[in-house]
Design a protein around this ligand. Sequence first.
Ligand code: ASC
Length: 155
Amino acid sequence: MKKILTSLTIAAILATPLVFAKEASSEKQANTAVDFRKAVLQLVRSNMGPLGAMAKGQIDYDADVMTTNSLRIGQLASMMGDYFALDTRKFPVKTDARDIVWEEMDDFKSKTQDLINAAASLQKVAMAKDESNYRKAIGDLGSTCKACHDKFKKD
Ligand code: ASC
């Protein structure tokens, strides 16, 4: 009896990750999840555009745009863990997300947290109208984008 209980406990422990893993249940659901993921990333891109241009001196420094866009990017970054939670690897979806997203979800989430932190730092710089530091703050934000893309995005 004790042996049976022990094996049942071990079996339950081994099965636990399967209970928590959220796998897409149909190709339709997987495609919708990809649409939503891309929407979040495209909004980040849309908000990064003017910041990148400011850092490069292509457009004038604008503290209001920096404040608004860094707030938005932080909010979008806080959604990424949820929007990437559904594992779509089993379906032939058109995605730039590499399988490693779901193999190393903890690191993926930690990289989204780096983006949240970098966005908060930029927001501080923007609200303080700290013109001597905004280029660096935008550069640091861009580096967190790149760090995640290098590992988790297809070339
Ligand atoms: C952007 C953008 C990205 C990142 C990345 C930073 O503006 O669209 O994907 O910055 O290029 O390295």
